[in-house]
Design a protein around this ligand. Sequence first.
Ligand SMILES: Nc1ncnc2c1ncn2[C@@H]1O[C@H](COP(=O)(O)OP(=O)(O)OP(=O)(O)O)[C@@H](O)[C@H]1O
Length: 438
Amino acid sequence: MKRSPKPQYQRRNPSTGVRSTPDRFPYSPASTYSEASTVARRTSKNPLAMAVKSVAGVFVACFTPPDTESSKNFGDSKEFKASSDTSSRAGSERRRSSNLSIYASSNNSSRGREPGSLQFTMAEIYKATRNFSPSFKIGQGGFGTVYKGRLEDGTVVAIKRAKKSVYDKHLAVEFQSEIRTLAQVEHLNLVKFYGYLEFEDERIVVVEYVPNGTVREHLDCLHGKVLDLAARLDIATDVAHAVTYLHMYTDHPIIHRDIKSSNILLTENFRAKVADFGFARLAADAESGATHVSTQVKGTAGYLDPEYLRTYQLTEKSDVFSFGVLLVELVTGRRPIEAKRQLKERITAKWAIKKFTDGDAISILDPTLEHTDANNLAVERILELALQCLAPRRQSRPSMRRCAEILWSIRKDYREVIASEAHLQPSYSQRSSSKREE
Ligand SMILES: Nc1ncnc2c1ncn2[C@@H]1O[C@H](COP(=O)(O)OP(=O)(O)OP(=O)(O)O)[C@@H](O)[C@H]1O
């Protein structure tokens, strides 16, 4: 197929659903898994792509830093705690009105905001972050700085601030149509997009605040407790549900494009919420053709679908591939690329798959987890699913919906085995009392 020099969006044939024009990227495609995994994330020079990034992040660093002390101070403050009680109520008010107009322009930046409206003003952002006070800072990503803030209605939010270096009105219109879609996306396991503000050289995104760190941080035990396999299974299931929702989103499937452990945030109850729709894009809309968004390869080294890199075609199955990498990460605890390990273990997914096909799946279980019957059984089954997700050809990968179903069944069986283990094994107190009798 002839390659066009410019990135462009592909259309789906209305009758076949097949995309007729592949996405184009400004560098040579890699064709193997290992090549794919070593392709670093590219920063786009295209103004629109930069704008799209500014929705929720540029993905420069693979892994995210833990919350800063300052963020903890802020979260612990009396004032903040008082606000948290009202925030969930306010949040649901906001959700009900999330289909209202969603972006602010320079001319409303000083006016007050209608309650529940998604038209954020600069004044409001300043107030919520105390003029971007360093003590409100909770993180730093490729996109810029992330602040924790509280809106006037009590909603606790994460405010992502970037410097906007290029401004183009025409592109801004396209950008806003993309934003409009993201604002409508609503699922328990997706970080809610509340709104966006562009004012002079500021670009700001306001999203739901999720308090318990990223999955990567938990796998690294940065929060002081090992994430047990039951929790990991729940997380995988939550993510599968969220991404299924995106993929089945009306007649415009949404492809996330950057599923990774540092983009999955956890609630206090360890429910997962998928974040960072910065690169999310609509699959083509055959009827209106309204979704031509310029693109370049997006994603994170170690998670990138080799077929996407080889063919320039982005489909929902690219998310499935990244999800396969995430599954391996969850069971092994390792990062997708472990540069310091010996060669055969550097690409974690490749190493894990080899272990699985050699019949030695359980040996890859995260060493912080116990080798119980339930864990061993679950690891085998999760790896089996990961193997399918990581198939080199996208046709061989399951749909995200199928992944969710399989995980649900693994999770159900896992719980049953745990329950029977608990039933068969004497409890800790029984064991210690019988020891005492001896
Ligand atoms: N919605 C949120 N709720 C709570 N904390 C958040 C939220 N979004 C981001 N953070 C914190 O801010 C950090 C930086 O997030 P950000 O999305 O900007 O970048 P990243 O995902 O870490 O990196 P990259 O931009 O390379 O993907 C996260 O690691 C997390 O600790």
